[in-house]
Design a protein around this ligand. Structure first.
Ligand code: ADP
Ligand code: 5GP
Length: 190
């Protein structure tokens, strides 16, 4: 009997906003072969440096809600006042291609997808401290003081969920955190 084609594995990253998840995700994609990024859909307005289709697919609230009614999302959540979701069709296409898939999801989304795909590897990134998290959010300079306050308020609740993840990585020094992430992905490969 012919062998079933290999399907990819999901690697799901979560972290409080400002931890460095986007920075690390981009570095990891450059570093590790055969890892595709699942670009999420969101109703959040784009940040200045963000590119449509690379960082997110930016859509209207009406289109997102239409997608909820139509079963378009493999998972979705409302985070910091905006909708975020993973397209079931996009994810299926990435998995069918046979490579592994990296996703950047909030805690609710991570739990939902890991439930549907039990082989998923869940990784929680932690900032070295809440003070450093606030410093990074301010240094990034992309969010209003109100948006930063919302993100900091949500951070403690998100961090309380870290034990539900298979791996926890502290993003203190960037190169060390990247090495740790690459080693985790490598440890699941033949
Ligand atoms: P997230 O995607 O988790 O919200 P970002 O990747 O946008 O976070 O990072 C937030 C800010 O912190 C950015 O300005 C980024 O350059 C900076 N940053 C990321 N990792 C580190 C690190 N290890 N040490 C210091 N600053 C960092
Ligand atoms: P940001 O606005 O900082 O890019 O992301 C805010 C939060 O939304 C982060 O915790 C990020 O992981 C999460 N997020 C991004 N895309 C998705 C998605 O498709 N689904 C879910 N559930 N969360 C997402």
């Amino acid at each position: 009997m012919p062998e079933a084609p290999r399907r990819g594995r999901l690697f799901i990253l979560s972290a409080p906003s400002g931890t460095g998840k986007t920075t690390l995700r981009k570095a990891l994609l450059q570093r590790v072969p055969n890892l595709a990024y699942s670009v999420s859909y969101t109703t959040r307005p784009p940040r200045p440096e963000e590119v449509e289709g690379r960082d997110y697919r930016f859509i209207s609230k009406a289109d997102f809600e239409e997608g909820i009614r139509g079963g378009r999302w493999a998972e979705w959540a409302r985070v910091h006042g905006h909708y975020y979701g993973t397209s079931a069709e996009d994810l299926e296409r990435l998995l069918a291609a046979g490579g592994d898939v990296l996703l950047d999801l909030d805690v609710q989304g991570a739990e939902a997808l890991a439930g549907r795909f039990p082989q998923s590897v869940t990784i929680f990134l932690l900032p070295p401290s809440l003070e450093e998290l606030e410093r990074r959010l301010r240094a990034r300079g992309t969010d209003s003081p109100e948006a930063i306050a919302v993100r900091l308020r949500n951070a403690a609740a998100e961090m309380a969920c870290r034990d539900r993840y298979r791996h926890v990585v502290v993003n203190d020094r960037l190169p060390a955190a990247l090495e740790e992430l690459a080693a985790i992905v490598g440890s699941y490969r033949p």
